[in-house]
Design a protein. Structure first.
Length: 57
């Protein structure tokens, strides 16, 4: 059975939103993160985000 890929929205690109959004995106889900901090949003749009943690194993 093929895993279900979801569309996910996070409001806030802080530590938790960025980590979970990055991890879900890396596993094939469609992720959108909304944050009012324009500089951080532009940085991530330009450079991407690298996620590492206990889910990497």
């Amino acid at each position: 059975m093929k895993p279900i890929k979801e569309r996910v929205l996070f409001i806030g690109a802080g530590a938790v939103g960025s980590y979970l959004g990055g991890w879900l995106s890396a596993t094939g889900h469609s992720v959108t993160i909304i944050d009012p901090w324009h500089e951080q949003v532009e940085y991530v749009n330009k450079n991407g985000i690298e996620v590492s943690g206990p889910h990497d194993t």
